[in-house]
Design a protein around this ligand. Structure first.
Ligand code: COA
Length: 249
């Protein structure tokens, strides 16, 4: 499945790799890319697998497409074009891993914040320069970035336009690993392979619990666990563990 020229898709049994591929525009996220990401989400909602997001040409994404942004008006802002797309990515049933090479700015950073796991490369530059363009970062930065790095650093990034380099992003927990691009991608693929060995129902339940609003805890965990405690897969996995231990005695 290749969604469009600007979003290249490689399908594997355990995961899908989606590469933002508009390097001549530093992978700026335009309407076509948003439409392609929605098509990809439909696919992953029907056939859940881990998603690995990459950017081509040494850049993750240098933001929403400013040429299109300039033409947008109040009604477009209210429609939340990027906001709803990134929220849908966040809600995907299985994990989303973003490999951040080079610039991840503005909407590109917000796409990265929507991922569950972020891996960086040494060239990473991540931040939200929106206020310099006369707008706010409305597609997740003001709440997801705060959740990831805490309010003090999120406020500095959002209010001063500070762009973090790779070491700073690692220290802040904005990325959890830092590797050269080939190894960063290989690590993402190994993570996808690890996820595929786990129980998909438990993985999906964990994502729902992680993404639930504060008021939903711990009721959501208890409901998810109640469903899993009845699952044949839980019985099979636990029995296999106990029998393996017994056989060693
Ligand atoms: N939207 C639209 N086009 C963009 C873009 C964006 N967010 N980011 C880069 N481009 C385009 C440039 O306009 C240029 O197009 P052109 O060749 O037709 O003139 C092309 O991509 C290459 O960009 P350039 O600035 O020449 O590359 P660079 O490597 O010197 O600099 C950046 C890279 C990312 C530092 C710089 O492009 C930049 O500051 N981009 C905007 C970042 C931003 O403010 N993002 C927030 C948007 S919400």
């Amino acid at each position: 499945m290749n969604v469009t020229e600007s979003l290249r898709i490689a399908e594997h049994d355990t995961h899908i790799v989606a590469t933002l591929d508009r390097p001549e525009k530093r992978n700026a996220i335009d309407q076509e890319l948003i439409d392609s990401l929605h098509t990809l989400c439909s696919r992953l909602e029907q056939d859940p697998r881990t998603l690995i997001l990459l950017g081509a040409g040494g850049t993750f994404a240098a933001g929403a497409d400013i040429a299109q942004l300039r033409a947008r008006r109040a009604e477009d802002a209210r429609a939340g074009i990027n906001t709803h797309c990134f929220a849908r990515i966040r809600r995907l049933p299985m994990p989303v891993i973003a490999v951040l090479d080079g610039y991840a700015l503005g909407g590109g950073a917000e796409l990265a914040y929507a991922a569950d796991i972020r891996i960086g490369t040494p060239t990473l530059k991540i931040g939200n320069p929106e206020t310099g363009l006369g707008i706010i970062a409305a597609a997740g930065a003001t709440w997801r970035l705060r959740d990831i790095v805490g309010e003090p650093l999120a406020a500095e990034i959002l209010l001063t336009g500070r762009v973090l380099n790779a070491d700073e992003a690692l220290a802040a927990g904005l990325i959890t690993h830092l590797h050269e691009p080939d190894e960063a991608r290989a690590l993402a693929e190994r993570m996808a392979a690890s996820v595929a060995r786990l129980d998909p129902a438990a993985t999906r339940a964990t994502k729902r619990a992680l993404n639930a609003p504060a008021g939903a805890h711990p009721a959501i965990e208890l409901a998810e666990q109640a469903a899993l405690f009845e699952s044949p897969e839980k019985m099979r996995r636990m029995t296999e563990f106990l029998e393996r231990k017994q056989a060693k005695k």
